[in-house]
Ligand binder design. Structure first.
Ligand code: NA7
Length: 542
């Protein structure tokens, strides 16, 4: 099949979210010609698609922004402690304009195929619209949570109302006023959406399979002296997050939860609770590694739920049980539990009785039909590998990435895959990104990739490829570290368990953002150990 037309670039970047925009900026800075393809109708990635009411980042604005430009840092003012989707999208639009990135970005364009040509040592990247470009480097900035997952419910196609997924929200307003609404899913997205819809809908039915651990955001305006002070301390703060475990600004309490008195434990949990949201992770050093320590935090949060929810029966159903705190990412809410004190909000526990089907009128559970006007699926994403598995990526010998990853994704440092020269992944599987603040990981990975590309160009090297040995060792290390935590066995999107049929592999690096950075730096410093660097495409001998 002949592509419609072929243009040549130094690099192709797939995706124009936080990762793709920054990668474009850095490669342009190096003087490379770059083409960015973006499936969305605008830049922003996650923050373009997740426009559902209540959508907000669970990391604080000050930590969830780029650090590469002093000008950008000083001219942009966040309005709230936790940024809303709309503000994040405005920020990324501003970045695209401010650094003149738009001419290099082709929107509304989905990449269908990326094939490495061993003769030329170049990637041919083709889009569904029939564009084709050749490039020396191909960077996948396709996101960790970018492919919405809608459960395969029989009858959904005949549902006569409207239905939406939080991660593919329409650009037009969706009205809930006076309507009967079903929300399926109580992870981060559902927990943000539910209190907002509860205020508008006539009746809201929340279908909960697994109760989440949620900690209030204690969101507030970001203005005033505190903001100015935070900005002054930004460099120090960012340096701290870079070398932290989760990429967050919270100091981790080095103590064990089991080494202190019950009073001290409570004091510590209350202090972290008041800090809000993900700060809870830092209460004790062993929360994610010791079951008994973890149980003390779970108990503290159970008590907070019981205090907030008036109906003791509903409160019991909202208690997360059967998995450790942090096994699924802690949710950060504003008024989530309080929403269940409203007369128009109904919790339907579907743990033991899943949604069997959707009738033309609404969800059907255990023979009971819930007639609704709108169903919102807050059912999460085909995480970490979803976007890449939807692109036909072929490396040496025409081998498909999907086949290589059939039993679960493998990588070297989450950045590269053996057999796929000059293909780079930003926060790929095996990176620490999704366990904490993805922006810190994105910046690291993009900087690392940019420096690797500069290294090749300065030395007139054509190809960089992870060796199979290095990849095997990294995969083993990732798995070993995950196995030493409480995270690896939990049925979550970290392990692919939320998508039926997906291989169960822990897809993050639980060794921490700081440790990951240290290892990547060492690899680069030692001349890219674990990578084969070659001057020209090695041709097979006649
Ligand atoms: P999550 O965290 O994957 O949450 C999805 C929710 O949907 C979770 O409660 C799931 O229950 C539930 N779910 C998934 N499939 C079904 C079916 N078939 N029936 C009922 N309930 C279902 O996605 P989010 O969008 O909330 O958040 C993703 C990340 O974005 C988050 O971690 C932050 O990093 C930002 P389950 O727990 O699987 O039993």
């Amino acid at each position: 099949r002949e592509p419609r037309h072929t243009a040549d670039y130094d690099a192709v970047v797939v995706g124009a979210g936080f990762a793709g925009l920054y990668q474009l900026y850095r490669l342009r800075e190096q003087g490379l010609t770059v083409r960015v393809f973006e499936a969305g109708g605008g830049v922003g990635g996650t923050w373009f698609w997740n426009r559902y009411p209540g959508a907000r980042c669970d990391v604080e604005s000050i930590d969830y922004q780029y650090a590469f430009s002093e000008e950008l840092l000083s001219e942009w003012r966040w309005s709230e402690r936790y940024p809303r989707q709309e503000e994040l999208l405005r920020y990324l639009d501003h970045v695209a304009d401010r650094f003149d990135l738009r001419p290099h970005i082709q929107l509304n364009t989905r990449v269908e195929r990326a094939v490495f040509n061993e003769e030329t040592g170049r990637w041919l990247v083709e889009t569904t619209g029939g564009d084709a470009v050749r490039a020396r480097y191909c960077v996948m900035a396709t996101g960790c949570l970018s492919v919405p997952w809608v459960p395969d419910l029989p009858g959904l196609e005949n549902f006569t109302g409207e239905w939406y997924h939080t991660g593919a929200w329409p650009t037009e307003d969706v009205g809930f006023t006076g309507k009967r609404v079903a929300v399926v899913g109580t992870g981060s997205s559902g927990i943000q959406l539910i209190p907002v819809v509860a205020e508008q809908a006539a009746e809201l039915f929340v279908f909960q399979r697994t109760a989440s651990f949620s900690v209030p955001a204690f969101n507030r305006p970001a203005g005033g002296a505190a903001a100015a002070e935070a900005n002054t301390g930004f460099r120090r703060r960012r340096e701290f997050t870079r070398h932290s475990v989760l990429g967050l600004s919270t100091p981790l309490n080095p103590q064990s939860a089991l080494a202190v008195s019950a009073d001290e434990r409570r004091r510590q949990y209350e202090a972290r609770w008041r800090m809000g949201g993900l700060h809870m992770y830092g209460a004790f050093a062993d929360l994610l590694v010791d079951r008994a320590a973890n149980a003390t935090a779970a108990e503290f949060l159970h008590d907070r739920i019981r205090e907030k929810v008036h109906d003791p029966g509903v409160a019991e159903q909202l208690l997360p049980r059967g998995y450790p705190l942090g096994g699924k990412r802690i949710c950060v809410d504003t008024g989530y539990y309080e929403a269940f004190n409203r007369d128009n909000v109904h919790l339907i526990d579907i743990k033991d009785t899943p949604i069997d089907a959707v009738t033309p009128r609404g969800p059907l559970v255990d023979g009971v039909e819930y007639p609704v006007d709108v169903i919102v699926f807050a059912t999460g994403f085909d995480a970490m590998t979803g976007a890449l598995s939807r692109i036909e990526v072929r490396g040496r010998g025409g081998a498909a990435l999907s086949e290589k990853w059939a039993a679960g994704p493998t990588s070297y440092l989450g950045l590269a895959v053996s057999g796929f020269p000059n293909l780079f992944l930003v926060t790929g599987p095996g990176s620490p990104s999704v366990l904490g603040n993805v922006i810190v990981s994105i910046e690291h990975d993009v900087d690392w990739i940019t420096e690797a590309v500069a290294h090749l160009r300065e030395r007139d090297l054509a190809l960089m490829e992870a060796t199979q040995d290095a990849e095997d060792a990294w995969v083993q290390h990732v798995s070993q570290v995950a196995g030493s935590t409480l995270l690896a066995d939990v049925g979550s999107w970290y392990t692919g368990a939320n998508v039926p049929g997906k291989p169960r592999v822990f897809m993050g690096y639980a060794g921490g953002a700081g440790e990951f950075r240290r290892r990547c730096e060492k690899v680069a410093r030692q001349g890219y150990t674990g990578f084969a660097l070659s001057p020209a495409p090695p041709r097979s001998m006649p």
